[in-house]
Structure formats: structure tokens, C-alpha cells
Ligand binder design. Sequence first.
Ligand code: ME8
Length: 595
Amino acid sequence: MKLPFCFITRGSRMFYRLQQKEFLSHFPRLDVTASRCGSTQMCKDDKSFYITTPIFYVNASPHLGHLYSAVIADCLHRSKLLQGFNSRFATGTDEHGLKIQQAAEAAGKDPLIFCTDVSERFKHLFNSCNISFTDYIRTTEQRHRQAVEHFWSVLWNKGLIYKGIYEGWYSTQDESFLMPSQVGEALDSSGKEIKVSLESGHKVEWMKEENYMFRLSMFQSQLINWLRENPRVVQPERFHQAVLQWLQEDLPDLSVSRQRSRLQWGIPVPGDTEQTIYVWLDALVNYLTVAGYPDKHNQWWHMAHHVIGKDILKFHTIYWPAFLLGAGLPLPQVIYVHSHWTVGGKKMSKSLGNVIDPLEHSQTFTNDGMRYFLLRQGVPDSDCDYTQHKVMKLLNAELADSLGGLLNRCTAPALNPFQVYPSFCSQSFPSDQGGRAVTDDYHMLAAVKHLPTVVEQHYHSMHIYKALEAISSCVRQTNGFVQRHAPWKLDRGDSKDQRWLDTIIHVALECLRIYGTLLQPVVPEISNKLLTRLGVQPGKRSWDALNFLPRSQGMDCPFEGRPLGPDSGVLFSRLETQSDDKQKPKKTKKSANLK
Ligand code: ME8
């Protein structure tokens, strides 16, 4: 894959190379490490965390992919909060540029009214799906305009922007400049031959205009050094390698403005009303705007983490760090990249009619159901295919049957008539073998004890599916434990049996408490229901309170003997396909009984 950078014509290229040489001779080398905490290593005592999603274009309604990015960032934000971080989470909408200008024109609407309408739809989706953003940014806001103008002026004053001629291909859909090698031929819907971006398939057009150029070429070696010195700064690894590979090629300067006559819908270049700032420069600065740039960004900016889709990798790993280096600002700590959702094996597109409306699907599968599916099935390294059948199968198996079934068993009046967190008996389940517990039970305890560390690591590296896989495996083991000892067969009249029964339930409830706590970032409503049913107070749901099965280590358990919380029904209702239509699931009240 090659990079779609802007390029300039031969004549002008020679001219600008000369200009650059001259310029470099009196420009001090910019230092990648100049910034505080400029590496992926967090400052040890710093408990601030700042996470962002891309800001989404408002040319069309939100789709499944947008919700996916938001859910990933929300999960990371929530997990940091539970770990005691002061976390800030920003999302929002990207409202300038040719694409939006044309979409507003096509809708016959004033651009700002058009943007407000679609931006509200994104906000509504995120609020409905429990995306707990702390900041919602729109690039049409005044605070953002000020930040962009300031940022531009800093680059300008440092001599990093100059006027030049750009001639080459431009894709309005991608708002991106392309090299000739990145352009191919295709037929449009009327059979006409057109030029398209090989990467995105979107139509490209030839353009030639005078505009402002950013000295991107100057930053090539610093970008390479930054990536080499911080091998975990772009995750997963394959995307890190892809960026390094791109940087082996020529890195021409970048056009960072468009003529006002073509693009009116954007922020004018300070001091030149004939030019509009390139939408990607405008959009990327949103991350700084939220952090409080230009005056108050230090607390948050040095802890910036970006979640992005693979489609916008070069903008975030080449343009953005180069702009930041130019402006003398710290670089992001981590750029988490995820792959795409396809539907029926194909890219989602209006023309194919396969665009998934995330709001509609969240209503069908519940918010938590949708969140769980996306995070459990979504693998950052490769694209995943979305089908309703898969969603139902997964949710029924893991949320309704496995997790819901376990809770149901351990809290059912038949096994737990006094509705309490029963006592643990260390003779029945001693720390070494010799009681009634068997080897597999000890293996299960070891797995659950280790689970918080495993989950935390996977959340932190955005391998959320691996965290959920680990939790799911432990839930299965706990179900196996209950099944193996069949507490419903024990004789309540026998005090030894009663103590063993209580111990089985105590252990299972302790496991459920760990699962409920660890699942909060992914399924906040289900976790809340589960922990409330166990009688775990809100103050006892953080990572610090995890401390699994303290009774097995001779310590007190704060929950032992306490009443359970109220029963508010099944944890997750099974979804059933209507016989006449495989694609339309309905919810049933039944929860699985695994006996
Ligand atoms: O690129 N699967 O906005 P955008 C998963 N405004 N995620 C997907 C996806 C899919 N099929 N399709 C889109 C822009 N996404 C710019 C960003 S940031 C400074 C400016 C997600 O509305 C994914 O995160 O086209 C992707 O990067 C983003 O939406 C693109 O959203």
C-alpha cells in the first residue's frame, strides 16, 4: 500500500526543494523527545488519561463502524476510571470541507443547519448507547476555530508553511491527495470510465491550484525515529509496520489549504481570505481544542490516546505527528487502530443497501448486547463480518445462557432460600486439596484470581476481544464447577452438606462479582444489574475492590452473610428468531437453565 500524499509538479518541486534547502539551513532541528512524556511510557505518578475517537463526517447518518470506534474508546475510558484514573473522553463531528459543502448543497440546506442536524444524530446515538463521552466537539464551534487559527499561526511563524502550487489527484470523499500510483480506473454507475483511489475506491479528480504547503518532507526522519523508539505507539503492530514502510518512500510536502472559490465551508487561512484551511488539518486539531489548546492543554495533551479506523491511519500517524512536531507539542501516547466491519462480506455502502443503522440494531439487541457483540467479535487486526445471526448466537450463548444462567442458578430461591451471600467453609474448600473441592476447582480459582491482570492488560492494549474471551472462559469454568458439584442434590438436613452447599454458592458469587466488575466497561447496564443483585454497593465496584475470594486466604469477606440485592429479572433475555424471518430476532423472558 502506498501513501496518498499530495505532490507538486516537477518544475515547482525543484523550486520548493531549493526553497526548503535554504530554509533548513537556518532552521533548528526539531526534537522528537523535546516534549514531556513524549514516549508511550506513561509518567508513573500521572493519573490523567485522555482518549479520543475520530470526529465523524456529517455528510451522512452514523453507521455501525462509527458506533464501533465509540464503543472501543468508551470501554478504554471506563476501564481507566475504574482503575482510578482521571479520564477524559472526546468524540464529535467533523463538519468542514468540500464533502460536507457538497452534501449540504445536495440537501438544499444551509451548511450549518445541515451539520447541526446530522451532528445531533451522532450525539443521540452515542447517548442512547451509553457512550460516556466527557466532551463532544464540533469543528464549527468558535473554540475550535480559535484553536485552529492559533495552531496555523504557530506553524506559519516557524516558517513551516509556504505558498506553492499543488497539482495532482484529489478525492473529495476521502478529502485526500493522491499520488498517481494510487489512482486506478473504474466505471461509474452509468458505465463511464473514471479515475478512482485504489485504496478507497472513491472517485478522484485532477486539480491544480495555488495554495499553502506544509513542510512535511522535513519531518520524515523524525517520524521514523519516533516510530522506531516507540514500538508500541501505533497498535496493533501490523499498522505500526505499515507506517514505517510508507515512510521509506518519498514524503513530499503537503497542501494544507484550498482556494476559497472552491471551498467556502471551512476556516479561512489567517491573514488570507482567499484560502480555506485543509479540512484534515482543521479536523486533527480538534483533539487539542478539547484538551484546552492553546492555553490550558498541558494536563491532558501529554496523555493523549487516539482510537481510529485503519482508513485514516496516515492522517494520524504521519500528518498529525508532523504537525505536532512542527508546533512543538508532545506526540500522542498511543494510536489504537481498528479494522473495519463488513456486512455480508462487503464494505458497507448506500448503493449496496447494506448499511447497518446502529441505533436500530441496538434497540433490537439492547445497548449492551450490541456493545458486547462488537467488542467480543471485533478484532483490531482484521476486518470482521456482521450478521444478525452471529449477534444472536453469541449473545444467547455468552450473556443469556452462560453468564445469566450462572447468576440465575446461584441466586434462585431453590438454592439460596435466604437470599444471602452465604458463608465460605474452609474445611470444605481448604487452600490445599483435602476437602470436597477437586483439582479442576483449584484451577478455576487460579484462573479467576489471575483474571483482573489479564483483562486489564488486554483492555489497555485494545485487545478487548481477548479480555472477553478470558472472562467467558472463566464463566464457563464456574458453570462447570457448579455443575460438577450439583448443589441441588445436596442434603440440606446434613450440616456438612449445607456448609458445602453454601461454599459452592459463595465461590460462584465471588466469581460473578469479579466478572460483573470487569465487564463494567463493556456492558455497563448488565454489570450494574448483576452487581446490584449480588448486593455489591457502587463504592465496591472499582478495580481496587476486586480482591477475589478473600476467605480462601483466611481474610474476611465484606459480603459474607449480607443480603442479596433485589431480583430485577433475568440478566439478559434470550433472543429468538421468528420462524418466518430468520433475520428478525425477538426477545423472550426465559433465561437459560443449564442444569
Ligand atoms: O474519516 N468499520 O470521518 P468518517 C469500522 N472525519 N469502523 C468504521 C467503519 C467500518 N466499516 N467505517 C468507518 C473521517 N469507521 C474523518 C476523521 S478525525 C480527526 C477525522 C469508523 O466519518 C473508523 O473509526 O469517515 C473510521 O476511521 C471512522 O469511522 C471514519 O469516519
